[in-house]
Write a protein that binds this ligand. Structure first.
Ligand code: PMP
Ligand code: GLN
Length: 381
């Protein structure tokens, strides 16, 4: 057995969800929303399932969806993408990440990873033969430090995985950081695998800048998106990859051997959804922002230190004011058992040099659950 997977722990999401069930806790750990997703989009999927084509769709994705992705990114990010040579549909962002790493890396190539990082990155990098080099981000601003970036890059750097907006920190990198990273990509002739699944879930009027839109980066970025976060349908696993034709040709080869394709009915419904009017997208952000504000207020009144949440379904709490030697994992274990509220320790998203003072809550939940959690936490701390 390969030790990268044989010795891997069960993911923190699965672990905390299981503990939440075992202790009958309110589960604010794993990031999935209570919102069932837009009914018209789900109705499209159901209709396509019953009356449509249920055999293998085209390997690159159904033309309607590939065109819808190109049109959507033109509308929101002013990107000019040729849907035939630069857009591919995958089974979730996770498959797109795996395809990208399998397509790009040769054994021994170095990959720069910003930690905290999404749990799938490191095992996929290693299994594809890559050698990880870490850049550590720290609260409360989670900005890129140039000295750390310089130390991580080398002539062996082949790729970078760049997640913006960033899960679990709920932060958005300012343009200055994108430009800094861009300079290193050019200097070291590296490719950025841009995980932008949270591109629509931004608050307080912030807007998303895809790394691929920066001058000089068009040919060295792979832009990854996911319908899961855009439509609150995390179980659908419909992802989109955009890259210049020379890169896309190789990504397509990886995709054809990994999953080959993605359910056609879900693709048809996502194509319809991407074309929804602006009110849907602003409404989704507003609903989440209102929940974020309600939860942040409750936690603050309960005496906790809430970190800024600019994006995603998440809000982080800094435990360091509670005690000098606090341990986020122990705190979460205790909280799920005693207070019956599940959260995620952010140290689980680091490989080394962990920050152990921050925990992540998912606020994309009903007010009943958020208010109930606040009451329980207030009584617990
Ligand atoms: N990347 C990040 C940063 C995520 O937060 C998630 C899901 N929460 C994914 C990738 C996975 O996306 P998908 O479900 O489309 O595979
Ligand atoms: N992306 C979700 C989160 O950050 C979880 C995904 C999963 O469970 N694998 O919580």
């Amino acid at each position: 057995m390969n030790p990268i997977f044989a010795d891997a722990p069960t993911t923190i999401f699965e672990t905390m969800s299981r503990l939440a069930m075992q202790h009958d806790a309110i589960n604010l750990g794993q990031g999935f929303p209570d919102d069932p997703g837009p009914e018209d989009v789900r109705a499209k999927a159901a209709a396509a399932l019953l009356s449509g084509w249920n055999q293998y769709p085209p390997m690159m994705g159904i033309p309607d969806l590939r065109q819808a992705v190109a049109t959507h990114y033109k509308r929101f990010h002013k990107l000019d993408l040729d849907w035939q040579s630069e857009v591919m549909i995958t089974s979730g962002a996770t498959e797109a990440l795996a395809d990208s790493l399998l397509a790009i890396l040769q054994p021994g190539d170095e990959v720069v990873l910003f930690q905290p990082m999404y749990d799938a990155y490191l095992p996929l990098v290693k299994r594809a033969g890559g050698v990880p080099k870490f850049v550590t981000l720290r609260p409360p601003h989670w900005r890129i430090d140039e000295a750390a970036l310089q130390a991580a890059f080398s002539p062996k750097t082949k790729a970078v995985i760049f997640n913006n907006p960033l899960n679990p920190t709920a932060s958005v990198f300012p343009r200055e950081d994108l430009e800094l990273l861009g300079r290193y990509l050019v200097k070291y002739d590296a490719i950025a695998i841009c995980d932008e699944v949270w591109e629509h879930v931004l608050f307080d009027g912030l807007s998303h800048t895809p790394l691929i839109s920066l001058p000089g980066l068009r040919e060295r970025c792979i832009k990854i998106g996911s319908a899961g976060k855009i439509f609150s349908l995390t179980g659908w696993k419909v992802g989109f990859v955009c890259a210049a034709p020379a890169i896309m040709k190789v990504l397509a080869k990886a995709h054809q051997y990994v999953t080959f394709t993605t359910p056609p009915n879900l693709q048809a419904a996502v194509a319809y959804g991407l074309d929804k009017d602006d009110a849907y997208f602003t409404g989704m952000r507003q609903t989440l922002q209102t929940a974020r504000d309600r939860f942040a207020k409750g936690l603050t009144e309960a005496g906790l230190t809430v970190l800024p949440s600019q994006a995603t379904y998440f809000l982080n709490v800094d435990l360091s004011p509670i005690s000098n030697d606090v341990d986020d994992a122990a705190f979460c274990q205790n909280m799920v058992e005693q207070a019956k509220v599940a959260a995620i320790p952010v140290s689980a998203f680091y490989s080394e040099d962990q920050v152990k003072t921050v925990i992540r809550f998912c606020f994309a939940k009903t007010y009943d659950k958020l208010d109930g959690a606040i009451e329980r936490i207030a009584a617990h701390i």
